[in-house]
Design a protein. Structure first.
Length: 141
C-alpha cells in the first residue's frame, strides 16, 4: 500500500473540545510515518502500466462532464484492453474521434454521453479505439 504524507495545521488557539468516543483529540501518525521518509509514488507505474499501448489524450469537449471528465483534462487511454459494458472509451467514427461511455444493448453498441445536451450515438461502422483508465485534471490552468 502506498501513502501520501501531508502536513497538518496546528489546532486553533483556545480550549480543545472533547473528542468523540474512539477518537484521539490530536492526529497521531501511523507507524509507517513515525520514522523515515514517506515511500515514493511512481505515477507512471500507477497510471500507465503498459507504456507501449497507452496514450494520453487531451479532452476537447464537455460531453462527459457528468462522469467527471472536463474539457482540458488528460485521459489515459489503453489500446490493449477489450472494452466492457459501461466503460468510458475513445471511439473512432466516420467524422473523427469521440469520448463516450460504451453501453451494450443486445447486439447494439451505443456511445452514451454524460451530459443531457448530447444524444447517444450508435457505434455502427465505427470502432473502439481505446479504453479510458484514468482522468487527470490540473487546477493550475
Amino acid at each position: 500500500m502506498e501513502y501520501i504524507r501531508t502536513k497538518l495545521r496546528p489546532p486553533p488557539p483556545g480550549p480543545v473540545p472533547p473528542a468523540p468516543p474512539g477518537f484521539t483529540p490530536e492526529p497521531q501518525p501511523t507507524p509507517e510515518f513515525q520514522s523515515g521518509p514517506a515511500p515514493a509514488i511512481d505515477l507512471q507505474r500507477l497510471l500507465i502500466p503498459d507504456p507501449d499501448r497507452t496514450v494520453l489524450v487531451r479532452v476537447g469537449g464537455d460531453s462527459m462532464v457528468g462522469a467527471g471528465i472536463h474539457p482540458g483534462d488528460l485521459v489515459v487511454v489503453e489500446r490493449r484492453q477489450p472494452p466492457r459494458n459501461g466503460q468510458v472509451v475513445v471511439a473512432r467514427l466516420a467524422d473523427g474521434f469521440t469520448l463516450k461511455r460504451l453501453m451494450l444493448c443486445g447486439e447494439q453498441r451505443l456511445l452514451v454521453a454524460a451530459h443531457p445536451a448530447y444524444p447517444s450515438l450508435a457505434l455502427g461502422e465505427g470502432e473502439i479505439w481505446g479504453v479510458v483508465t484514468h482522468a487527470i485534471r490540473s487546477f493550475e490552468r
